[in-house]
Design a protein around this ligand. Structure first.
Ligand code: HEC
Length: 131
């Protein structure tokens, strides 16, 4: 599945105006706190298997190893996680930070990361993807 030309891709190619300041701050946070240790590479994930619940055990999911999903188009592919149990992206981001990194994000940090993830939405067959 090829969904090229997200705003993030355009920014990486040198279009400085393709993403906003908040989105850039979200990207810095995404790298800085360690999301990118698992969600990495050209698909921002999809190339590792990792435990879910590293810092905080999730009931019924202790030590379960799952494929780290690509976060491309994640803003338009709710609901989240392998069981579709989380309805919104801010909640998915907040939970990830807590269970995988042991971090409690503020609302503005969560918002910045969600804004960054929104820049990963690409086009399919020439049409921008939408929820
Ligand atoms: C230790 C590895 C690891 C780290 C660190 C990590 N993730 Fe994840 N992430 C995963 C795995 C594995 C899943 C799949 C979980 C599931 O489906 O139950 C996942 C799922 C997700 C999802 C849901 C995607 C979907 O389509 O359902 C989002 C969003 C996400 N991660 C964002 C983040 C963000 C933001 C951070 C940093 C705050 C982060 N992740 C840190 C491994 C990690």
């Amino acid at each position: 599945l090829l969904t090229p030309d997200s705003r993030f891709d355009r920014w990486l190619r040198g279009d400085a105006h393709a993403i906003t300041e908040v989105e850039r701050a979200g990207f810095a946070l995404f790298r800085g706190i360690g999301c990118a240790a698992c969600h990495q590479g050209v698909n921002v994930g999809g190339n590792l298997f990792e435990k879910v619940g590293i810092f905080v055990t999730i009931p019924n999911k202790a030590a379960e190893v799952l494929r780290v999903p690509s976060l491309r188009n994640v803003a338009v592919t709710a609901p989240y996680f392998d069981d579709g149990g989380v309805a919104t992206l801010p909640e998915a981001v907040r939970l990830m930070a807590w269970v995988q990194l042991g971090r409690e994000l503020t609302a503005s940090q969560t918002g910045a990361i969600v804004a960054f993830l929104g820049t990963l939405t690409g086009s399919y067959a020439g049409r921008p993807l939408m929820a």
